[in-house]
Design a binder for this molecule. Structure first.
Ligand code: ADP
Length: 161
């Protein structure tokens, strides 16, 4: 049976750090579903539709990757999709505590689904969606932070907000 993995996140917006994790996951699993989730603790800048559109335009070369949106429990979603794994990226030690809690919670809720952490490539260690929004809104270059296909649109929309 084809192996399915989900890559959840806020993706507000997607960065090349996210894309690095998604493309590596795409080599490990037959099918990868990138799922946009709205984190109630983080105030988003882009709508779920905008985030999905940015992701779709960034993954054109990755044939086994698809994009979705879900506003419920990740464990339920992953089970419903028949996923064997939840793939997350780890940047720095400070990511770890929260990710560890989430992984343990998800294991309780869906015991057959494994959370797998891929360690970021060193060049993306500093990179987050917040960095993109901060630099972009202050007029800085975001060329090294987001996929080239979506750079202009992100800047345009940041400036409109
Ligand atoms: P952010 O922390 O930037 O708001 P998300 O909630 O969208 O990110 O994160 C989705 C997943 O992508 C998380 O597992 C997060 O750790 C991972 N991730 C985010 N940025 C990077 C990066 N630069 N390198 C590796 N993984 C990352």
């Amino acid at each position: 049976m084809a192996s399915v993995a989900v890559c959840p996140g806020s993706f507000d917006p997607i960065t090349i750090g996210h894309l690095n994790i998604i493309s590596r996951a795409a080599k490990l699993f037959d099918r990868v579903i990138v799922v946009v989730m709205v984190n109630s603790r983080k105030k988003g800048m882009f709508t779920p539709d905008e985030r999905m559109d940015f992701i779709r335009r960034s993954i054109t070369g990755l044939d086994n990757v698809e994009v979705d949106y879900y506003d419920g429990l990740l464990a339920d979603y992953a089970q419903r999709k028949g996923a064997v794994a939840i793939v997350k990226g780890l940047r720095v030690l400070s990511d770890y505590e929260d990710e560890f809690k989430q992984a343990l919670t998800n294991k309780r809720l869906a015991k057959d689904i494994e959370t797998i952490f891929l360690v970021t490539d060193t060049e993306y260690m500093f990179l987050s969606s917040s960095v993109v929004k901060e630099v972009g809104s202050l007029g800085g270059e975001i060329d090294d932070f987001v996929p080239p296909e979506i750079k202009d649109d992100i800047i345009k929309r940041i400036r409109e907000r």
